[in-house]
Design a protein around this ligand. Sequence first.
Ligand code: ADP
Ligand code: MG
Length: 628
Amino acid sequence: MSDIIKLLPDHVANQIAAGEVVQRPASVVKELLENAIDAGASQIKLIIKEAGRTLVQVIDDGKGMSTTDARLSFERHATSKINSADDLFALNTKGFRGEALASIAAVAHVELKTKPEGEEVGTQIEIEGSVIKSQEVCATLQGTSIAVKNLFFNIPARRNFLKSDSVELRHIIDEFQRVALAHESIVFMLYHNDSELFNLPKANKRQRIVGVFGPKTNEKLVPVTEDTEIVNIDGFIVKPEFSKKTKGEQFFFVNDRFIKHPYLNHSVSAAFDGLLPDRARASYFIYLKVDPKSIDINIHPTKTEVKFEDEHAIYTLLRAAVKHSLGQFNIAPVLDFNRESNMDTPYSYKNKEAQVPKIEVDRHFNPFEQEQKVKTNSFTGTPHYEKKRAAGWENIYEGLDKRNSSNSFSHLQIENEPEPESLFVEHESKGFNDLKETDSDSANTYQLHNKYIVSAIKSGMMLIDQQRAHQRVLYEEFLRNITVKESVSQQLLFPLRLDYSPAELAIFKDLKESLENTGFALDMPEDGVLEVSGIPASIQESEVSIVLEQLLSDVEQEVPDTGFSQTDVLAKSMAKSMAVKTGEKLDELSREHLVNKLFACTEPTMSPFLKKTFITLTVDELDRKFNA
Ligand code: ADP
Ligand code: MG
């Protein structure tokens, strides 16, 4: 039999190796950024086009390469970073395999420009699919620029396998952030399709974290430090009250290298024990320094896993350090996560059948309707005189006196109470029919400072906080809609496409059913996108993103545990963002609607956030004031 074993040609071997090193544009980003850091750069610019499909370019001001090195750098196993196997156990650099550039050049069009310090001119090399296309002298700044174009041009299967731009960009940003967080003294910039995504100046660790995650991050961080023989621990934990149900920001760095380490993650989580609700996760930025000899970073090709010699000791030290910080900075949970979940259940909607109520909710109620009319008229120049509704105020209370009238408290049937009026037996002093002034035709409402609604009542007067009152009304409305699944949705002609992070989308996924019960129609057609094709009748299309944004932040803060308290958070959040605000003018009709609906609520005295919705001043009290 003839011999059949052949050595693979280099370009084939490189392509195979590339499969492991270069999985997607983000892998190229990681390798190029790490090379720039190893070259001692003080400023690194990352330029991306079309999520890395067409261009990934890294420009650094590091030490550059000689012409020979530039050529050699694309050879497999060509590295300046280790000389012998011993060096593997004392690594001070990111790279050491000498595989990255060779692999990248095997599957893309690469253009390298580089010039070492003190040289007049630099070297430019173009290489496509491992084939050198050109090499010439060029004028360039000190340092190195590597542009990787048309990634996977020769492996269509790989190219087609790439996810949507938003997903690939997310991976790129993840890599960029990890590297930027680990090297706060290097200036980093990231541009995508010509827009600047990050511009991070030289900073300390706290400033860098804030630079990456935004100014609100600053107040959330609590420092952690501990110096021992085995390990030096430095960094920050995120206060428990800002923890997220979805995986928050969890960053471990070992000797300035981002790593994933479930065991050490457990150690930090253990320190948070009892301070976090069940599904919330601790967030942290922890920088560990250990003797390079005591770790093995060689166990995984993409190098985010590291093996420690003293894993158990580090576990214990880390947990103690985090506990210490939590104690020292007097971190107690703001929310009582151990509360009885029953207590989260307002009223008894939870276990009610879905078909019970005959609710008459005025879904077209719009407190601004009248106001808009006024505006339109004044716009056309026609003076608009609002007609006084004769005896209108009296009609408002009709339903309070007679059962089954259109304004009646049929809402109360939700509670399955035998007598609709029983509410007023329980809350006698709060029943508006007992309070209202019945003997006057001219009884009316009045708006004070665009904030309070003033009304005369039997015993004196009542001042209603319009914002809180409307919150209460909307809250109960949403709660009912979510629970009894009876709501009206308005279909959007053109669905809204909103961009969210994976963590945020996970929250929407959790809330999807409840949101749909309020009238939203949601879809997640691809990663990073929330498509809204229907919205509750009571919301304007332009308000959708605000309502959802508010919801995200409320959910992140409240960390609802149970399905029902999640419903509660949702109803509260939507009520908060949609209620009329202090400072908004309400016309008479809107005021009447609002007062009427408030007193049709199950719990009219308090806003959903447990603030008084109204106060009363009795004639006695007024008399006393006058006689004081
Ligand atoms: P490794 O980083 O594992 O050594 P690479 O394939 O990433 O392997 O790079 C090969 C060599 O090319 C490096 O060892 C280094 O000498 C040189 N090199 C790569 N990128 C740069 C850069 N941005 N500046 C200076 N030298 C570089
Ligand atoms: Mg490298």
